[in-house]
Design a protein around this ligand. Structure first.
Ligand SMILES: C[S@@+](CC[C@H](N)C(=O)[O-])C[C@H]1O[C@@H](n2cnc3c(N)ncnc32)[C@H](O)[C@@H]1O
Length: 207
């Protein structure tokens, strides 16, 4: 984890700009940021019972909102998972956000700093953001307890073999299903700015 912490912000310098933009490495559109509604975290918390030492990763984290929301909620809980007055510290967990877009990762860093200054994130909760192509930085999320994804079906198809090699792992995908994997549970997420819209969230307990 020390190596990971040292690489908190790794600008994506190693490749030529044209190469960075090739569609073969894109797991989702980069130009416009499409984000998951925060209410999805209700289901993430229900499906993924976080334990001490867990590593949770958002592959293609965008502005990091899902990780921030989950980390803030976790920081309010004690280690029994409740938020009574008689508090013991929350579980020791690492959240990792990876995104190919350096501007998004930079904004994640700024928001993380703000939340830490406001004590909204407990010191037991580590959050790390890395700017890289997830397809070539597999070691960052292999070994994760759980992975959150909001990617296009083609991106999920590219990532699927890596997820299979990472079993046992819990995967939650917003909007699109993983190819060939049996869904363990499913929920719908309401979108505030789209009245009547309900978008799917798929949970996979891959063993
Ligand atoms: C639809 S957004 C989802 C953002 C966030 N996970 C959420 O749910 O709110 C997908 C993100 O994936 C990123 N992305 C696309 N291809 C990627 C790749 N090869 N490696 C890492 N991130 C990638 C994009 O830059 C974009 O920010």
């Amino acid at each position: 984890m020390a190596g990971l912490a040292a690489s908190i912000f790794l600008p994506f310098h190693s490749k030529e700009p044209e190469q960075q933009k090739t569609s073969t490495i894109m797991l989702a559109p980069q130009k416009t940021l499409w984000s998951t509604p925060l209410s999805a975290v209700d289901h993430l918390q229900r499906w993924i019972d976080i334990q001490n030492g867990d590593k949770i990763c958002d592959v293609g984290c965008g502005d990091g909102r899902i990780l921030f929301e989950w980390a803030k909620r976790l920081s309010q809980e004690d280690d029994d998972g409740d938020n009574s007055n008689d508090k013991s510290p929350p579980k020791t967990v690492t959240f990792i956000g990876i995104d190919i877009d350096p501007i998004r990762i930079q904004s994640c860093q700024i928001e993380l700093e703000r939340l830490r200054q406001e004590n909204q994130i407990h010191p037991n909760v580590t959050i790390v953001f890395v700017c890289d192509n997830a397809l070539t930085s597999v070691d960052l999320f292999q070994g994760s307890t759980a992975i959150f994804l909001y990617l296009i079906p083609r991106g999920l198809k590219l990532l699927y073999p890596i997820l299979q090699q990472s079993k046992p792992i819990k995967v939650v995908s917003y909007m699109s299903k993983l190819p060939e994997e049996t869904v363990t549970d499913r929920a719908v997420v309401l979108v505030e700015h789209q009245p009547g819209a309900e978008w799917p969230l798929y949970f996979y307990d891959m063993r």
